[in-house]
Design a protein around this ligand. Structure first.
Ligand code: GNR
Ligand code: NI
Length: 172
């Protein structure tokens, strides 16, 4: 297994829409393996393929707490098919926006349809941190970041900070 570099804002790839996965072949299975490795290494509780530069609708999640058994879940072509009216607020972070946290309000419960690694269509009802995380990851597949759900003032401030930081590195 291999970790892959995580893209940081303002990398424009993070603003693109990822394409549905067709056949779940060895390339997708290797991608999922590397995503788990990258996510646990970071460490993070979720990862979308676009965060490692792959524009495909694949996410990995493990919201098990430290000391608990690992609970890795890979979701391919995930779709929210129902959301509760009730909302909850979590302080969110993102591996593509390091060391920045802000409260985001989202539906407290969602039903998600997805394909597993065998291509079987499954549905899961998510609540708590899992519900927040799966919505955060599906947002990534649509080029949406958690900062899009906070005030424009705060969003502009954090984008500016990371744009400045990128200018001071060799990449830009
Ligand atoms: O590791 C992560 N923690 C987190 C905390 C609250 C809400 C969402 C997340 S996802 C984030 C990893 C990440 O950036 N996934 O895209
Ligand atoms: Ni994220």
């Amino acid at each position: 297994m291999t970790t892959r570099p995580i893209l940081i804002i303002p990398d424009h790839q993070l603003r693109t829409t990822s394409a549905p996965v067709g056949k779940i072949d060895s390339e997708i299975r290797k991608l999922v393996e590397d995503m788990f490795e990258t996510m646990y290494d970071a460490p993070g509780i979720g990862l979308a393929a676009i965060q490692v530069g792959v524009q495909k609708r694949v996410i990995t999640i493990d919201v098990a707490r430290e000391g608990e058994d690992k609970k890795p879940i890979a979701l391919i072509n995930p779709e929210i098919i129902a959301a509760s009216d009730e909302t909850s607020v979590y302080s969110e972070g993102c591996l593509s926006i390091p060391d920045y946290y802000e409260e985001v309000e989202r539906p407290a419960r969602v039903a998600v349809r997805f394909q597993d690694l065998d291509g079987a269509v499954r549905e899961v009802e998510a609540e708590g941190l899992f519900a927040t995380c799966v919505q955060h990851e599906i947002d990534h597949l649509n080029g949406v970041l958690f900062i899009d759900h906070i005030s424009k003032l705060k969003r502009d401030r954090v984008i500016k900070k990371f744009t400045k930081a990128a200018r001071h590195t060799a990449a830009i």
